[in-house]
Design a protein around this ligand. Structure first.
Ligand code: NAD
Length: 539
């Protein structure tokens, strides 16, 4: 359970105190992190060192090179040189690499979980979700890549006489710009279908979380990915991210809506494709007929997994009025019982926020809401006694549209509860947002739940779950409507977006004879006869 917030007597520890000798050492040690930094496609000499700090303690974990435009140029050039041969490999061979990679990820999961916790601060259970996600994606794409990329015969104007095939050709070098909140799933994880489609990959992890990506990249090479096909360059978005947009053939971006708009505009200038997985202000609807225990459990997981730093986490809950009081009381109790902590084990439910910026955002949202009359019925405080960026999972009631938290994404462990008179009102309010990423409906009448779900303008809608069911449905596309993004990950679309569609058509001599007349008028008359008869053909 949450230990009481610090009082005036128990002053929050100073930054020095967080690195005192009693702080348990984080795994892995400095030597291993320095080794991983050596995998970055940028020389250590002549590059400024980028410090990576652990949010759990505030201490420096290690340094990675601050990459430059020249480093991205070199990475793209060598990736491109390897890609041509890779594009000629069979899909069976590529799927074999995914199969071995998924085994390696499971075998090395403790190492990956330690890295994820050390650099991101998340609870171990949330870190494990990244491992599970990677394995599900590997299984799905290993099984389906052959089917998706096989040339498919397509109908032509003269069936049998003209034949056509739809093909999918790799884009070339895919640029991937990743966020810090899921350093395994949303970096290398999003690169897997790009590689399976026959592309090379140049990846920029977020500067706060480079190590998990580097270890995952190393495991992928160990699984058999040709050396040089994937390259990781660390450095700021304004330099390395920009160079990736300028030099690659397709951009997969995950991050904030503000940056996503810029990335999409720049990709548009170059006429290259891009996929942008952006922010959300995701709603949950709770119907009066619901099993309250189930709804409470679901809401806790949906709001506070990954310390709420999850693009699809729930930040608004609309509850039918007859049960709002009971739901709020039970939910507040369950949230207050969550274990907050930063151990590299499964003993905590909620971890740290990643940075001071994230802590400032949630603190500002709560202060603004409380100043305007909202009430925190659970949590409400920062917890510097646990680490520099810990914050209690918090539940607000009495939130009104003039408060920042009403419509702005917090991207932290903060949720607001709103009573509604009908489910129709709940759907209208759920849709009253610029975003459209994820939504959830808790309801006993599942048929009604599905009909309501169809009216919610979000890329994924979970009935009787918060986010996991739709996310883990790897065969079905996942992404945002409205300001939540462009394009989709997962499913057929999540792989084919990394390809150019190509049609190859072959005309027979007989087709040429049938189509062509001696004069334009004769040609038109023959084609008219052919077009009339086409309607009656059985195929
Ligand atoms: P961010 O946009 O600040 O950064 C994301 C990445 O873009 C980082 O690697 C960063 O270095 C890079 N970047 C920053 N400026 C850039 C520029 N001008 N050009 C190129 N690259 C640039 O996002 P963030 O704050 O790190 O991530 C949190 C946001 O991401 C939240 O809004 C969250 O909802 C969203 N998110 C969305 C999804 C999704 O799948 N829809 C998943 C995770 C996070």
């Amino acid at each position: 359970p949450l230990t009481p917030p610090p009082t005036e007597e128990t002053q929050p520890p100073s930054p020095e105190a967080t690195t005192d000798p009693t702080t348990p050492d984080l795994k892995p040690g400095r030597r291993e992190l320095d080794r991983l930094a050596g995998l970055v496609r940028a020389p250590r000499e002549g590059r400024r060192p980028l410090e990576v700090r652990s949010p759990l303690t505030g201490e420096v974990l290690g340094v990675v090179p601050e990459g430059t435009r020249e480093d991205v140029e070199a990475a793209v050039a060598s990736a491109r040189a390897v890609q041509a041969a890779w594009a000629r490999t069979s899909t069976r061979e590529r799927a074999g690499i995914l199969g071995r990679y998924q085994t390696l990820v499971l075998d090395h999961q403790d190492e990956l979980l330690d890295l994820l916790q050390a650099e991101n601060g998340k609870a171990r259970g949330s870190a494990f979700e990244e491992v599970a996600d990677t394995v599900l994606n590997c299984q799905y794409y290993a099984r389906n890549v052959g089917k998706f990329l096989r040339d498919k015969p397509r109908r032509t104007a003269l069936p049998g006489l003209v034949r056509a095939w739809e093909r999918h050709v790799p884009k070339g070098v895919v640029g991937l710009i990743a966020p810090w909140n899921y350093p395994l799933a949303l970096s290398i994880g999003d690169g897997l279908p790009a590689l399976m489609a026959g592309n090379a990959l140049v990846l920029k992890p977020d500067s706060q979380t480079p190590y998990t990506t580097l270890r995952a990249f190393e495991l992928l090479e160990e699984a058999g990915l040709p050396r040089g096909l994937a390259q990781v360059v660390t450095g700021p978005g304004s330099v390395v991210g920009q160079a990736i947009i300028e030099l690659t053939d397709y951009v997969m971006f995950t991050g904030s809506t503000a940056t996503g708009r810029r990335v999409a505009a720049q990709a548009g200038e170059r006429l290259i494709g891009c996929s942008a997985e952006l922010g959300g202000k995701n709603p949950m609807i709770i119907a009066a007929d619901v099993d309250l225990d189930r709804a409470v459990r679901g809401a806790v997981a949906a709001c506070f997994s990954n310390t709420g730093q999850l693009c699809i986490s729930i930040e608004r809950i609309y509850v039918e009025r007859p049960i709002v009081e009971e739901f709020t009381a039970r939910f507040a109790d369950a949230v207050s019982a969550l274990r907050l902590g930063g151990g590299q084990d499964y003993d905590s439910d909620v971890g740290s926020l990643i940075s001071q910026d994230q802590l400032d955002k949630i603190t500002a949202h709560i202060a603004d809401a409380e100043a305007k009359g909202a009430k925190a019925v659970a949590g409400g405080h920062a917890r510097p006694d646990l680490g520099p960026f810990f914050h209690e999972p918090t539940v607000l009631t009495g939130v009104t549209p003039d408060m920042d938290v009403h419509s702005d994404e917090t991207f932290g462990p903060l949720v607001s509860i709103y009573p509604v008179d009908t489910l129709d009102e709940a759907v209208d309010r759920a849709n009253d947002t610029d975003y459209g990423l994820n939504a959830s409906i808790y309801i006993d009448d599942v048929r009604r739940g599905r009909r309501l779900a169809e009216r919610v303008m979000a890329g994924t809608v979970n009935v009787n779950d918060g986010y996991q069911s739709a996310w883990a449905a790897t065969g079905s596309p996942m992404g945002g409507m409205k300001a939540s993004g462009l394009g989709r990950r997962h499913g057929r679309e999540g792989l084919l977006k990394y390809t150019e569609s190509q049609t190859i058509a072959v005309r027979s001599a007989l087709a040429e004879k049938l189509q062509g007349g001696d004069t334009p008028a004769e040609t038109a008359s023959r084609l008219t006869a052919l077009l009339r008869s086409a309607k009656h053909l059985p195929f």
